[in-house]
Design a protein around this ligand. Structure first.
Ligand code: 7RM
Length: 650
């Protein structure tokens, strides 16, 4: 019933267990397994305790108002996210503690104390105000991994504007769609960013995205590479350094309602149109604060490094909001892991004495292939905890990470969550949970997850089905920007009053959760969430293409690779040149991370009699398997000929 996207049987045969190391257990923030039972008895009180560790301008009068599928958390409360991430630490003895340690790819680096951060955030917040940005506005941020990125986010939060961060890998068309949807009047970008020794031309993409009709009136440009000094548009563009130059270093934080929007972030769904996931202030801050503190076991002198890009939700929650709400030191790196050499990450761990490292399985598998030689060049004895996120981690990669990065002494927390969930929902508590490589283990306290079969019955131990979340949680999405129907349809229609994750999962006999990947048309390429429909639309946008169907094929390093089956128009000759052209077309339309790995030409695509493309059979062809059930095909010969053309010999 749940589609198997590869490697799952291997996963479930895993029986090694890793109890928390003695010393780790002794010093852990959370040692008492009763936290699970206490949270189960009174989840609202459980979450309210975390919320009350934040600073509120006005207390809430109701913890939860749940009118399925609409939840309000900490109703009536007022707070400000930037105040909680910055000011309260300045006030409470952390003003000279490093908030952000930033390293650029060329090797330049900079430390922002909480006090520095406060001044920079305030100056930029005042700058935004001077451009006319007001509470309730949306601001698009398209920046590389530079300190101005978290500073912009916190400045927006300070004045009550919602940010919409767009990952620096997206192309002009993708930026344009997101700007049009969010109706941002201001955009923040940079002339470029450094990646693998080259420069990503962000300003050029931004300029292209603003051609013609656009709601954007002002563009703030960070000077990072010096590569667009002659490209400033008079009357529209302003340099970041000019904007902040004369701004005062103080700016009153706007008291925000707990349910006011903090930000929106676009993510891929099953249609070609990305969804603007809406997160609000009080609940999101509570969720990211609590999970950072407990799952990463954050302590005062930790140096915490999440290697994600802030353009994705992992960076929002676990580089910016969660760690900073905890007053932690958060490390941020601009570039690629193999520049100038394949030991760059480990050089960073050694240089700053990182104690926690949170990365993606695709990166771990890449490091594994490069070999132990690279981590072995460095003293990584400061590390005490490792994390994984973004896709299922295969046990082999888990154990390699544990052994060769963690030196066999650091628990590995595999954390399952989504853009929509805002914070981690399934993960170990490292001082309590016995780990099993490949399993995200247990729902976080206060989270009630359930794996359901097709008819909505819990599968129970040993069973597999759809992962759902039964009760609301503070950091859950509040909606899809501008599309309330899609919100209900996408997440709340499959089962009554229950959140549908679109992930398949299995429960083992001990109640551990094993995540199996998406059950919809979303694929996960190197932990980047990509919709097959988006890639298909980009392909049919090319005038030579008649029809396209994309699937994710299991890939050793990336988790999944994109394979496109394309029928081209009559008279167009097929060639290697055309394959290159179509791949480039997708990269131009969406971004380089969506470039298909393989393009197969098909005379026809396998469809049901009602015209639905049978992607399952395309996956069988691409992965060289025997074809599954073909009885519902309109024309079985279509897929047989594809198999003869591209399928591996059995
Ligand atoms: C945080 C993030 C969400 C999708 C989700 C899953 C997959 C994420 C794990 C995982 C297995 C994990 N947000 N996923 N984490 N699968 N184990 N630990 O990635 O919105 O970009 O993607 O990613 O399929 O639905 S996301």
């Amino acid at each position: 019933m749940v589609e198997n996207t590869g490697g799952i049987e291997a996963l479930l045969q895993e029986d090694r267990t890793f109890p928390p190391p003695e010393e780790f257990m002794r010093n852990a923030n959370i040692k008492d397994p009763n936290v699970y039972e206490e949270a189960r008895k009174d989840p609202e009180a459980f979450w309210a305790r975390f919320a009350s560790e934040l600073d509120w301008f006005q207390p809430w009068d109701q913890v939860l108002d749940w009118q399925p599928p609409y939840a309000k958390w900490f109703v009536g409360g007022k707070l400000n996210a930037s105040y909680n991430c910055v000011d309260r630490h300045v006030k409470n003895g952390r003003r000279n503690k490093a908030a952000i340690i930033w390293e650029g790819e060329p090797g330049d680096w900079k430390v922002y104390t909480y006090w520095d951060l406060q001044r920079e955030v305030c100056r930029f917040a005042n700058g935004l105000k001077s451009l006319g940005v007001q509470k309730g506005d949306r601001v698009t941020i398209y920046l590389p991994m530079v300190p101005e990125l978290p500073i912009s986010m916190l400045a927006c939060a300070r004045i009550g504007a919602a940010h919409s961060v767009i990952f620096g890998g997206f192309s002009a068309d993708s930026i344009r769609d997101r700007i049009d949807d969010s109706q941002s009047k201001v955009m923040i970008t940079a002339d470029g960013g450094y990646r693998r020794g080259g420069i990503v031309p962000l300003k050029q993409n931004a300029d292209e995205s603003l051609e013609g009709e656009t709601p954007v009136e002002k563009v703030v440009v960070v000077r990072r590479t010096g590569s667009a000094d002659d490209k400033m548009v008079a009357g529209r563009d302003v340099w970041w350094h000019d904007l902040v130059e004369d701004q005062p270093p103080t700016c009153e934080p706007e008291p925000m309602d707990s349910e006011d929007m903090l930000y929106m972030l676009y993510t891929s769904g099953t249609t070609g149109k990305p969804k603007g996931i809406v997160h609000t202030t009080g609940g999101y801050m509570t969720g990211t604060y609590a999970t950072s503190k407990w799952i990463f076991d954050l302590k005062e002198d930790d140096v915490y490094w999440c290697t994600a890009d802030i353009g994705w939700v992992t960076g929002h929650s676990y580089i910016v909001y969660g760690p900073l709400a905890n007053g932690a030191t958060s490390v941020m790196y601009e570039g690629s892991p193999d520049y100038p050499d394949r030991d760059r990450f480990w050089a960073i761990v050694e240089k700053y004495g990182c104690t926690i490292c949170y990365t993606a399985p695709t990166a771990i598998r890449t490091f594994m292939r490069w070999g132990e030689e690279y981590p072995n060049r460095h003293d990584m004895s400061t590390l005490r905890l490792l994390g994984s996120v973004g896709e299922p981690i295969n046990p082999e990669a888990w154990v390699w990470y544990w052994q060769h990065i963690g030196g066999g002494r650091c628990p590995v927390v595999d954390t399952w969550w989504q853009t929509e969930t805002g914070s981690i929902l399934i993960a170990p508590l490292p001082g309590i949970t016995t780990l099993k490589p490949g399993s995200a283990t247990q729902p976080f306290p206060g989270i009630e997850a359930e794996i359901l079969d097709e008819s909505g019955n819990p599968v129970g131990p040993g069973g597999g089905g759809y992962l759902t979340i039964k009760r609301p949680w503070p950091s859950m999405l509040r909606g899809i920007y501008g599309d309330p129907e899609r919100f209900v349809q996408q997440y709340w229609s499959r089962y009554p009053d229950t959140y549908f994750t679109s992930d398949g999962a299995k429960l083992d006999e001990e109640g551990y959760y094993w995540l199996l990947g998406r059950v919809d048309d979303v694929i996960n390429v190197s932990a980047h969430r990509i919709s097959t429909m988006e890639v298909e639309s980009a392909l049919v946008d090319n005038s030579k293409v008649a029809e396209a169907a994309c699937i994710g094929r299991a890939h050793e390093i990336k988790g999944q690779a994109i394979v496109a089956f394309v029928t081209i128009k009559d008279q167009v000759p097929t060639s290697d040149g055309l394959i290159t052209e179509l791949k480039a077309h997708v990269a131009t339309k969406i971004g380089p991370m969506a470039r298909p790995d393989d393009i197969y030409f098909a005379a026809e695509l396998p469809k049901t009699r009602s015209g639905k493309i049978m992607r399952r059979l395309l996956r069988d062809v691409a992965e060289g398997r025997a074809l599954g059930d073909t009885t519902t095909l309109a024309d079985p010969a279509v897929v047989e000929s594809l198999k003869a053309q591209y399928g591996d010999e059995e």
